[in-house]
Design a protein around this ligand. Structure first.
Ligand code: SF4
Ligand code: SF4
Length: 319
């Protein structure tokens, strides 16, 4: 009898399985880092794209961001059939779930929020307006890469390509924080490690450090500023980058709306308390959405709302 009662009371929680999947994904996406520790490992990156942030600029990345591959292929110029096909397939089945479960940059933001132990929310008006910024970032990325791809395909475009410089092979790749975090920073650390002995023997003076900082070219400086802003924003607002800036998030938000996977809310059990909304890192007004099934474009399928509901009224709906 007691066992039956326990079973009825037992509620599956998504938080721990998601954390484990995110951790495994972080290691798998950056699997080539293990070749630094164990040089005999013969690991190679696969030129396959997933709807996450995984920079082609990082020497540790085992699979790449779909958006990075699209930008690179357009600059070749080639049409990214396979990458787009993968995005369609993943988007149709699980929508934006890779943001909630696989993306390392999403995971890092979740860790920051967990360390902070509190979810800050911003005014609904600002939130509504700021959400549009990521679509603008996506539009500009496609505009630059698409126009370059078309002009190159038509036989011209070499002047345009030269004028774009480093932005030609990917306007967003050049400034994305994942490239800085997993590419530039490890390269700098390797440099420091290799010169550690010399640095200890004769530590640089403040003037030398300052002169060195002043010699950093504008683009790497911009990258570092973006990375610092990324961390500061993640501390202030949960998933700031995903909500307002990330073009991959914007791309997958389009699919999320029509995906098979969604969440349903039992209107009989629901008391509109609203614990689910308070726990949502994407600040979604869950109680205003259709109860039969909701697929808000901002929803990353993290299932935090499902875990938060004390009445068990929310659950995964597929399809
Ligand atoms: S929105 Fe961008 S950064 Fe956030 S989880 Fe999705 S792909 Fe990663
Ligand atoms: S609605 Fe639920 S599943 Fe979607 S992002 Fe918010 S908490 Fe996560």
């Amino acid at each position: 009898m007691e066992k039956e009662e326990d079973l009825r009371r037992f509620k599956f929680k998504w938080t721990l399985p998601r954390l484990i999947v995110q951790l495994i994904s972080l290691l798998a996406v950056n699997a080539l880092v293990f070749t630094q520790i164990y040089p005999y490992l013969n690991l190679k990156s696969i030129p396959f794209g997933l709807p996450i942030l995984a920079s082609v600029n990082s020497s540790f990345t085992a699979v790449y961001s779909s958006l990075d591959l699209i930008q690179m292929e357009l600059s070749q110029p080639e049409f990214p059939w396979i990458v787009l096909g993968t995005i369609f397939l993943i988007g149709a089945v699980v929508g934006r779930a890779f943001c909630g479960w696989v993306c390392p940059i999403g995971f890092i933001q979740d860790i920051i929020t967990t360390l902070k132990g509190k979810l800050n929310f911003i005014s609904p008006r600002t939130h509504k307006a700021a959400k549009q910024v990521k679509y603008l970032v996506l539009f500009v990325t496609f505009l630059i890469s698409g126009s370059l791809g078309i002009t190159l395909y038509l036989g011209g475009g070499s002047d345009y390509k030269n004028a774009l410089g480093i932005f030609a092979s990917g306007p967003f790749i050049a400034i994305s924080p994942d490239g800085t975090l997993f590419g530039t920073i490890p390269a700098l650390l390797t440099m420091v490690r290799e010169n550690f002995g010399a640095l200890i023997a004769r530590p640089p003076t403040i003037q030398e450090v300052w002169a060195g900082l002043n010699r950093i070219p504008p683009l790497p400086a911009l990258r570092i500023i973006i990375l610092v802003a990324f961390f500061a924003a993640a501390w202030k607002v949960p998933r700031f980058w995903c909500r307002y800036v990330c073009p991959t998030g914007a791309l997958m938000a389009v699919f999320q709306k029509y995906s098979y996977a969604g969440i349903k809310r039992d209107p009989v059990k629901c008391t509109k308390c609203p614990h689910c909304e308070v726990r949502c890192p994407m600040q979604i007004n869950i109680l205003d959405l259709p109860w039969e099934k909701f697929n808000d474009p901002e929803c990353i399928m993290c299932m935090e709302c499902v875990d938060a509901c004390p009445h068990g009224s929310l659950s995964l709906k597929f399809p």
